[in-house]
Design a protein around this ligand. Sequence first.
Ligand code: FRU
Length: 497
Amino acid sequence: MISQALRDARRYEEIIERTISEPQRPLFHLTPRCGWMNDPNGFSVYDGQYHLFYQYYPYYSKWGPMHWGHAVSRDLLHWDYLPAALAPDQLYDQRGCFSGSAITMEDGRQLLMYTSVGETTDPAGYDSGIQTQSIAIGDGEEYEKYEGNPVITEADLPPGFSRYDFRDPKMWRASDGTYIVAVANRADDGGGKILLFRSNDLLHWKYWKVLAANHGRFGSMWECPDFFGLDGRHVLLVSPQDMHPSGFEYHNGNGTLCLIGDYDEETGTFTEAANQAIDYGIDFYAPQTILTPDGRRIMIGWMQNWDACAIRAPSEKWAGQMSVPRELSIKNGRLYQTPCRELESLYRDEVIHKNVKVGGFDEVALPGVFGRCLDLTVHVRPADPEKVFHRFSIRFAQKDPLRTGVSFRPHEQTVKIDRKYSGSCRAIVHQRRCLVRGSDNGEITFRLILDRYSVEIFINDGEYAMTAAIFTDLEAERICFFADGDAVIDVEKHRIG
Ligand code: FRU
């Protein structure tokens, strides 16, 4: 039985979707069918397709009572909308169906676990809603909420944990065939912790243990955990709130954190070895991953930051985009990210320029190198290794006075993204810097993935990623290069279409 709330959302999204024209959306990044989108949810491979659900408020381009939107794809880049999957229509989730994950059951059905937010007033008078974990089971399109919901509640928590900040379940199957779910919690000490629960049948869950905790580091509440093996190590991705910057890491307040370490599956013990931000730009949060049938670990994130949402007016027909799906690997103890290789199937042309001199303060534009939907790789080096320029920049989405830039200062080993002139008229963060270790010799490789309303920069084959949403007039297509000393570049550009 479909509830009235879900039926209303479906009718509404179908009507509004028709009023959004093709260029009003990105070409290959997923946006909400209409209204508001935040975190990716239930990212999964099910019945021969990729499924991506998302935090969704269809009625306005602002966060509201959360639904789950739904889209499917065969190549991770062309997405077809399916009807909204979940609406807040039960007593236990009347304040919203928050983030969660998906898994295939033994009988072939798909099971979604989400955070159900119910009505309450907490003792401090801050009305945050009791958060429990609930289940919906379906066939890839229609999902029915389980009559035993919620399946994990405060009654399952040991003392010292919060029932108000208890969310974002991420499930996986252990090698012994049982199921584990990682859920974020803000403990009484104010710190973020990731808790593990176990189950034999996906319906009945028992608290197991704390997988990881912030111990006074990395912000307060941790949101949206994901946990998986990668290249012989284990990786915990979380999105902490209220982070303090540390050197060049964690500048985003609501930030992203990647912990790399080792996991003893028997005892559920995760031993951290290294930490880093996942993305060093402005707009990236709450990522989720899948393992593809051909064995790649692919991550997708919300290409927006809570603190910079004002870049998009709520009167627009949609707000929020997903990042390009990114293939993950570990190299030299760090998380590397590269755009999924499916992107190459969208290439429409190839323009190559080799050994181009850039310098003398003049902007250099190259034949065939322009546009707003493209994959652009630029390898930069000094003309004379003894005389390294101070600054090299790529400007794109440019049509005076509009532009966004990425600039490289080898003497500081930094890369900066700057969208100040991208057309934004809001007092929000427009710049971020990233420390690129070992770049003081003036050599660096940028790969820019441009879609109509975003830029994702991958540095040195994905060692660092920097992402930003830009809402620049689509006529701003110019790309140019600049250096204050003599630089030499190789450029490879593919139009995406
Ligand atoms: C992260 C988050 C999650 C929560 C969801 C609500 O962006 O705050 O913790 O489940 O968004 O929309």
